[in-house]
Design a protein. Structure first.
Length: 369
C-alpha cells in the first residue's frame, strides 16, 4: 500500500493542522447539541413516567403496558445519553482519507466509539463497527504509517489504496504463519465457513499481527477436541520459538499446564497462592488449594485393575470478591484452616524458587503419576 507523504498532503484540502482543529471544533459543537437534545428527552420521559405512575394503578393493564413501554424508551434514551457523554470526551480516534493525488480529490471518514450525526442523514463521525471503518483496521496490517496531528487530533491515516490490497496480502501472510491452508482463499471466508480450530488460529494470527513481545492466551483451547488442542499448543510453541514471544497462558486445565508452562502461578479469588516451576506445582503442590486441584484429576488404575482412590472434590464455592474477609480467601473451604487463617491474610513468601501464601503450606501426599 502506497503512502502519501506529509509534503504531498499539503496540496490536498482538509489535512492541515488548522483544518484538523477546525473540524474537531465543529464535531464537538455537534456532539454538544446532540447531548443537550438527549438530556431534554431523558427529562421529558422521566416526567412522563412520573405522571403515568400517578394516574394508573397496578390493576390497570392498559396503563401498566403504557408505563412499561415508556420506561423502556426512557432506559434506552438514558443509555444512549451515557454513551454520548463518554464519546464526547474523545469524539474520534482516527480518520481515513481516500485520496486521488492526481485529481486532488479526497473523501474523509472520521472514526469514533459512537456515531455522531449532524442531521438525520449526515454522519460526521462513523461508528468503529461500521463496514467502512474496517479499512482502518485492515490498513494497520499493511505498510501504512500513523501521524498525530494537533491536540484532540487523533491518529491520522492517509490511504491511497481504498481496496486495501496490501492489507489483504498481509492478512493472508499471517494466516499462512499460523498454518491455515490456502490462506489467500481463506482470508476472504466468513467465520462460519471455518472450523473451530481454524477460528482459533485466526485469533492467534490477529494477536500476532503487531509482533507483540508478550502474547496473553486466555483459555485458547476451550471447546476444542484433543487433536485440535494439540495443534494449537504446537502452534503457540512454534510462535514462541520463531518470534521470541513470551506467552502468558491462562487456564484451569492441568494438562495444558503440563504441556505449555515453564513456570506457574496459581491464583485463587484474585490472589496469588502458589508459584513455582510446572514440575514443582504438578508433582509437589504445597498450598491446600493447589493440592485440591491436583487431587481432582482422574487417575488411571495402575495396580492390576484395582480401583484407585475415589475422585476428590474441593468443598464449597469460590467466594465473591466482595465477600472475602480479612484472612485467607480459601480458609472457608480448607480442611487445614485454623482461627488465624480467618483473621489474617497469610503473606506470600518465597524460598528456593517456590512461593506460597499459606500458614500451613507443606509438601503434598499425592502428586501426579
Amino acid at each position: 500500500m502506497n503512502q502519501i507523504n506529509q509534503t504531498d498532503t499539503k496540496s490536498i484540502p482538509g489535512v492541515t493542522l488548522e483544518d484538523e482543529r477546525n473540524t474537531l471544533s465543529e464535531i464537538l459543537a455537534i456532539a454538544d447539541r446532540n447531548l443537550n437534545q438527549a438530556r431534554s428527552s431523558v427529562e421529558n420521559l422521566a416526567d412522563e413516567l412520573h405522571e403515568l405512575k400517578e394516574i394508573y394503578d397496578v390493576e390497570d393493564k392498559e396503563g401498566l403496558a403504557l408505563w412499561f413501554n415508556t420506561d423502556a424508551r426512557f432506559q434506552q434514551v438514558r443509555q444512549e445519553l451515557l454513551r454520548m457523554e463518554r464519546s464526547r470526551k474523545k469524539p474520534y480516534f482516527g480518520r481515513i482519507d481516500f485520496t486521488d493525488a492526481s485529481l486532488l480529490k479526497k473523501e474523509c471518514y472520521y472514526i469514533g466509539k459512537a456515531a455522531i450525526t449532524k442531521n438525520s442523514a449526515e454522519l460526521v463521525v462513523i461508528d468503529w463497527r461500521a463496514p467502512i471503518a474496517s479499512v482502518y483496521y485492515e490498513s494497520s496490517l499493511g505498510a501504512c504509517t500513523y501521524s498525530v496531528k494537533g491536540e484532540g487530533a487523533y491518529a491520522h491515516m492517509t490511504l491511497t489504496d481504498p481496496q486495501g490490497r496490501a492489507a489483504w496480502e498481509k492478512a493472508a501472510e499471517l494466516l499462512a504463519e499460523v498454518g491455515i491452508p490456502e490462506p489467500a482463499i481463506r482470508v476472504r471466508n466468513y467465520p462460519f465457513e471455518l472450523s473451530g480450530g481454524m477460528r482459533q488460529r485466526v485469533m492467534i494470527a490477529i494477536a500476532l499481527a503487531c509482533r507483540p513481545a508478550v502474547l496473553i492466551a486466555d483459555e485458547p483451547t476451550t471447546a476444542l477436541d484433543v487433536s485440535v488442542q494439540a495443534q494449537i499448543f504446537r502452534l503457540l510453541k512454534d510462535t514462541q520459538r520463531h518470534l521470541g514471544t513470551a506467552i502468558l497462558f491462562i487456564t484451569h486445565d492441568m494438562g495444558s499446564i503440563a504441556t505449555m508452562a515453564d513456570r506457574v502461578i496459581v491464583m485463587y479469588a484474585g490472589r496469588c497462592v502458589e508459584s513455582g516451576t510446572a514440575e514443582d506445582i504438578l508433582l509437589d503442590p504445597r498450598h491446600p488449594y493447589t493440592q485440591g486441584l491436583i487431587a481432582c484429576i482422574p487417575h488411571l488404575c495402575r495396580d492390576g485393575g484395582k480401583r484407585s482412590a475415589p475422585l476428590q472434590e474441593i468443598p464449597g464455592m469460590v467466594p465473591s470478591i466482595r465477600d472475602i474477609g480479612p484472612g485467607c480467601a480459601f480458609a472457608p473451604r480448607c480442611a487445614l484452616a485454623k482461627p488465624d487463617c480467618f483473621a489474617e491474610r497469610p503473606p506470600f513468601t518465597t524460598s528456593g524458587g517456590r512461593g506460597t501464601a499459606c500458614f500451613r503450606a507443606a509438601p503434598s501426599e499425592r502428586s501426579l503419576p
